[in-house]
Design a protein. Structure first.
Length: 406
């Protein structure tokens, strides 16, 4: 613990044992092509975690010649971690023992970005035709997005520099939503990504809001959409991990949500401040792993956090429907919740209190009178516990009461 605080300012957080353990857990999941949702309370450790994850992934991409959406490491090399990406990059370089030279890093990023930009340019040239075909094939959903697509087409015709043209910004947004293989994705996939982006940009879940708007109202929608897309996608920065906290604008939260729900797109990791992300966000379509970076005291808050990915139509539900019938219980997919507990610190006391409260909560709401952690392995104890469980209320819809099912 002492070694973690040798240094100055927030840079010490990059080597904090709790941060490093969370990084290990996250990268073990993302290496399996899974997304991870992290909840925390304190802004500086959350920001340090996001910066470190992005820096480590950037170095891996440079080492392996993979695309990375960044032309350089931003900020001055001797600036603090809040003003520059360099402190996180140096920490990541040391931790990974990366063979990438820091002196040549910006040059390599620029070269890789130029190659990727040519691929993006080719995608942009064919985007309008792909969207037209895809939207026309979407039937009802395609009809609902047609007004915004027409407004987008009209905006393209305006005389503007290429880097400020809506087609360039929308092309990058759609490509990011589709993931690394965006060039080979179908017309329908492109149209669906376009539709999701439009709905997210106007902060609405229902395409009827667009369908009912016509004339000047549709073009007002487009002005809003364009300004929000420009703010979100006009800057070339890595987005492997994203931070959602108090200063994050509502419209940005909606766009981060739709991107996190797409299995192939960035962000792969979403670090959300508990008070911001625990209610009202659906983050379940591509994620079933939650890490609690900072423990709560209220088990109800933890239920809300887990509830972001425990929803109808979640990734877990999709995986359960696709598994073979003969799989054992140990092989079934699960919603995984992992707590960060630094043994010997105040974290441990926090966890013991929260754990007891969670057991009490399950007993009162779900009839789990004796928590699994208290079950002893000897036969006599199991018999006693079984008899107690049989006397507890059972709210299962298939439980038999007399001659009827309650």
């Amino acid at each position: 613990m002492q070694a973690a605080f040798i240094g100055s300012g927030d840079e010490a957080l990059f080597d904090h044992p709790a941060i490093l353990k969370v990084v290990d857990e996250i990268e073990s999941e993302t290496s399996k092509d899974r997304k991870v949702l992290v909840f925390g309370k304190f802004t500086r450790p959350m920001r340090a975690l996001v910066d470190l994850l992005n820096a480590r992934e950037m170095l891996r991409c440079v080492q392996n010649g993979l695309p990375w959406p960044q032309t350089k490491v931003h900020g001055r090399q001797n600036a603090s971690s809040e003003e520059s990406e360099w402190p996180a990059v140096r920490a990541a370089h040391r931790q990974l023992c990366s063979p990438v030279s820091l002196q040549s890093l910006n040059a390599r990023l620029k070269k890789m970005y130029d190659v990727e930009r040519r691929r993006r340019d080719s995608f942009t040239d064919g985007l309008i035709a792909k969207l037209e075909r895809g939207i026309s094939s979407m039937k009802v959903a395609g009809e609902s997005i047609q007004p915004i697509f027409r407004a987008f087409n009209d905006a393209i015709e305006m005389d503007r520099p290429d880097d400020r043209n809506p087609r360039t910004i929308v092309s990058r947004a759609v490509a990011d939503a589709l993931g690394n293989n965006y060039g080979s994705r179908s017309d329908i996939h492109c149209a669906e990504a376009f539709r999701d982006l439009m709905l997210a940009a106007i902060d609405h879940d229902d395409a009827d809001a667009i369908d009912e708007a016509d004339g000047d109202a549709t073009y007002e929608h487009w002005d809003t959409i364009e300004s929000r897309l420009d703010e979100e996608y006009s800057h070339a920065r890595g987005g492997f991990a994203r931070l959602m906290h108090g200063p994050t604008r509502n419209e940005s939260r909606k766009m981060i949500q739709q991107a996190f729900n797409r299995p192939n797109s960035f962000p792969r990791v979403l670090v959300a401040q508990s008070v911001v992300g625990r209610e009202g966000l659906n983050l379940h379509r591509a994620c079933r792993v939650v890490i609690l970076l900072h423990l709560e005291w209220n088990p109800g808050v933890v239920e809300q956090q887990v509830g972001r990915i425990d929803r109808v139509g979640s990734l877990w539900c999709q995986e359960m429907q696709s598994i073979a019938a003969d799989r054992s219980a140990y092989e079934l997919p699960r919603i995984e919740v992992r707590q960060v507990v630094f043994r010997g610190t105040y974290d441990e006391q926090n966890w013991q209190v929260l754990k007891q409260r969670m057991d009490n909560n399950r007993a009162q709401l779900h009839g789990i009178i004796i928590p699994p952690s208290a079950v002893k392995q000897d036969e006599e104890s199991r018999k006693i516990i079984y008899s107690i469980e049989q006397m507890a209320p059972n709210f299962s819809p298939t439980h038999q009461y007399g001659d009827s099912t309650k």
